[in-house]
Write a protein that binds this ligand. Structure first.
Ligand SMILES: NC(=O)c1ccc[n+]([C@@H]2O[C@H](COP(=O)([O-])OP(=O)(O)OC[C@H]3O[C@@H](n4cnc5c(N)ncnc54)[C@H](OP(=O)(O)O)[C@@H]3O)[C@@H](O)[C@H]2O)c1
Length: 200
């Protein structure tokens, strides 16, 4: 698979490393241009490259891993994502801890809001509920595999994400729709920051 990364920070890099370890191509992007990513691309090896955010979306699957305040701006610059599977790894922090401010989206869940900004995309919420230190390492532990909650409205898209993340070694758990499952796993939900292992 060719996987495009919107963002090249902590979470994008953690997912990119899993993808590369499993033979996928990764295109990273950030706000400062592909040139700024040259050292990271060199470190990640020949399966990695850098592009603009728009170039990163010309992929089989896209990961959205930018800060919440940047999402609207990122989305506005992208071409129409016709059926592209987008993993939404974001959390709706308007301001980060230690003085966190969580976006008030009214009735919408975070990923419903993200999906509204990416018409045509098939959005699957995943990775957001885990702290980075539970995403980056090998998710296969002696006591079991790291549980990865996900939610989405498109079954095929979810199956793509389930297949990919199972291959990485995670134990994906489908929580249902962006509305119902998304609410459980987003900031403030009971599964946000819950780190569990699943025994096989
Ligand atoms: N860190 C965690 O433990 C964790 C866990 C789960 C989920 N999350 C969520 O995942 C998302 C990313 O978190 P992170 O910790 O990876 O953040 P991060 O390390 O600060 O990385 C953010 C990335 O977004 C890029 N970016 C900013 N504006 C952009 C734009 N307009 N176009 C393209 N890229 C842009 C930044 O590039 P520049 O540096 O060039 O601006 C940077 O590479 C957040 O929504 C966060 O809430 C974080």
């Amino acid at each position: 698979m060719r996987i495009g990364m919107l963002g090249a920070g902590t979470i994008a890099q953690a997912i990119a490393r899993h993808a590369i370890r499993h033979g996928h191509e990764v295109v990273l992007s950030n706000s400062r241009g592909p040139g700024s990513l040259a050292p990271l691309v060199e470190e990640l090896g020949t399966l990695a490259s850098a592009g603009t955010p728009a170039e990163a979306t010309a992929a089989d699957l896209v990961v959205l891993a930018v800060g919440w305040p940047q999402i609207r701006d990122v989305a506005a610059r992208l071409p129409h994502l016709d059926g592209t599977v987008v993993i939404d790894a974001t959390n709706q922090f308007e301001a980060l801890p230690p003085h966190p401010r969580i976006a008030d989206l009214g009735d919408l869940t975070g990923s419903e809001y993200v999906a509204s900004l990416l018409p045509g995309a098939r959005v699957v919420k995943a990775f957001n509920s885990l702290f980075a230190q539970y995403i980056a390492p090998d998710p296969r532990h002696e006591a079991g595999r790291q549980v990865l909650f996900l939610a989405g409205d498109d079954t095929d898209a979810k199956n793509t994400v389930i297949g990919l993340t199972s291959a990485f070694g995670f134990a994906p758990v489908d929580l249902g729709s962006l509305r119902e499952g998304g609410r459980l796993m987003q900031l403030g939900g009971p599964l946000s920051g819950l780190h569990a292992l699943k025994q096989d």
